[in-house]
Design a binder for this molecule. Structure first.
Ligand SMILES: *[C@@H]1O[C@H](CO)[C@@H](O)[C@H](O)[C@H]1NC(C)=O
Ligand SMILES: *[C@@H]1O[C@H](CO)[C@@H](O)[C@H](O)[C@H]1NC(C)=O
Ligand SMILES: *[C@@H]1O[C@H](CO)[C@@H](O)[C@H](O)[C@H]1NC(C)=O
Ligand SMILES: *[C@@H]1O[C@H](CO)[C@@H](O)[C@H](O)[C@H]1NC(C)=O
Length: 391
């Protein structure tokens, strides 16, 4: 509607312009030449100023889209040397066939300040599955005292972690680098000290090992806690259209772990320009680096949701923490019955983005792990574990 009105107005303007100069009624051929000229100038303008620059948007945004659709594609931005190199390496890693292991293992990587309160629950979970998993612990504050044999001697060399800062991403990368040392590790799960398993070992092993994608949380949030944290200093490599958000608790395939290790270019952009309090923005590196990175280099290779459940429904600064009285068979069943992933934007629209949790094309429960459980819930979880963890 608006478009056709826009056309009419501009044709009208054009009639007036030459008309006012000559003062005499125009003859027909002149008319056509002017019209053709005008259309040519318009097309050249539209081509030089691509639709995203507002100068080309004479009409509504719908009109812009319509015009750009039948123009030749606007040449893509020229990549920098570092980007060309980085993209070549990443593309090659992603297109080479995955290494096959005779004994594929799941790497469980725990990020914790110190002790892991649920080691006894994890012990129950791992029991009988020796050889199909490996454990890595990054304890950033105090050396943990281990309650389970599966965790003894599994601490990696660690460093301080400051919430929201790049040191959180550094700890994740340190865990990945250590876990990659074992060529049998095929899928890598990041967990916290407050995480618990929702299923038995076999279910989780099969779910992750035979998934053709990684589970990295990723969505587009135009609000203040999403794009509001983006800084133009990240240009030209990281554009706001690719900026994404997501919880840090990922699980990823070996090839994806390797491209994360291979990346220095995009990582350094987030290290330098995504920090809490920088230029008045509260950018949390661990919530943006990996979602944005995967959005740019392999968007189809990630699920866009995390297999770790957390309850944000209270809309506070921190997610809901489960206390002893909260932990019931019903609560755990409720969490495992969720098969739709939901994200809400942080702008005033509070747009709800939801999509089914598809596992190799089949809708399945979204979550394999859950947080945040307080240490006092351990005994109740131990008691309930064999009941709730059977799919
Ligand atoms: C994840 O989202 C991206 C767009 O941001 C999309 O291209 C991709 O297909 C999605 N992944 C899956 C598995 O649907
Ligand atoms: C479980 O889900 C049902 C239905 O949504 C809800 O009524 C109930 O309160 C939930 N229970 C717990 C313990 O979360
Ligand atoms: C994963 O499998 C599904 C179903 O077979 C398919 O639609 C999808 O394209 C696959 N994704 C990748 C990244 O191979
Ligand atoms: C586990 O499930 C069985 C059968 O459904 C039930 O009899 C038993 O009381 C449950 N145990 C717990 C701890 O909930």
């Amino acid at each position: 509607m608006k478009t056709s009105k826009g056309w009419r107005i501009s044709i009208g303007d054009m009639q007036i312009l030459p008309g006012s100069r000559h003062r005499a009624p125009m003859r027909k051929p002149m008319w056509i030449i002017v019209l053709v000229l005008f259309v040519c100038v318009f097309l050249i303008c539209a081509y030089i100023y691509p639709p995203h620059s507002s100068t080309a948007c004479f009409f509504s945004s719908r009109g812009c889209k319509g015009i750009s659709a039948w123009l030749p594609p606007v040449p893509a931005r020229q990549y920098t040397d570092a980007e060309i190199a980085s993209r070549a390496v990443i593309r090659d890693i992603l297109s080479s066939p995955p290494i096959v292991s005779k004994n594929p293992k799941l790497a469980f990587m725990f990020l914790s300040p110190g002790d892991l309160p649920f080691e006894r629950l994890w012990d129950k979970f791992f029991q009988g599955h020796e050889g199909k998993f490996s454990v890595y612990v990054h304890a950033s504050k105090t050396k943990p005292v281990h309650a389970s044999r599966y965790f003894v001697d599994r601490d990696i060399r660690s460093d301080q972690v400051v919430w929201g800062k790049i040191s959180m991403v550094d700890a994740e990368r340190r865990l990945l680098a250590n876990a990659l040392q074992d060529p049998d590790n095929m899928h890598f799960v990041l967990l916290s000290d407050s995480c618990v398993p929702l299923y038995n070992f076999d279910y989780i092993y099969n779910y992750l090992m035979y998934s053709n994608i990684s589970f990295v949380d990723c969505f587009k949030d135009p609000g203040p806690h999403g794009n509001g944290r983006y800084s133009d200093h990240m240009l030209p490599e990281v554009e706001v259209k690719d900026f994404r958000k997501g919880a840090q608790w990922f699980s990823m395939k070996r090839q994806h772990a390797i491209i994360v290790m291979a990346d220095n270019l995009y990582y350094s952009k987030f290290r330098d320009y995504c920090q809490p309090g920088l230029d008045g923005r509260n950018c949390i590196a661990d919530e943006h680096y990996l979602p944005t990175f995967f959005q740019m280099v392999d968007p189809g290779g990630i699920a866009n949701w995390s297999v770790t459940h957390v309850d944000w429904s209270e809309r506070k600064w921190h997610p809901k923490s489960y206390r002893e009285h909260d932990v019931t068979y019903e609560l755990l069943r409720n969490i495992t019955s969720i098969d739709v992933s939901v994200h809400v934007t942080s702008d005033e629209k509070r747009e709800v983005q939801s999509w089914p949790c598809l596992w190799n094309g089949v809708q399945k429960p979204c979550y394999l792990f859950a947080r945040k459980f307080t240490p006092e819930t351990l005994n109740k979880l131990l008691h309930l574990f064999s009941n709730y963890s059977t799919p």
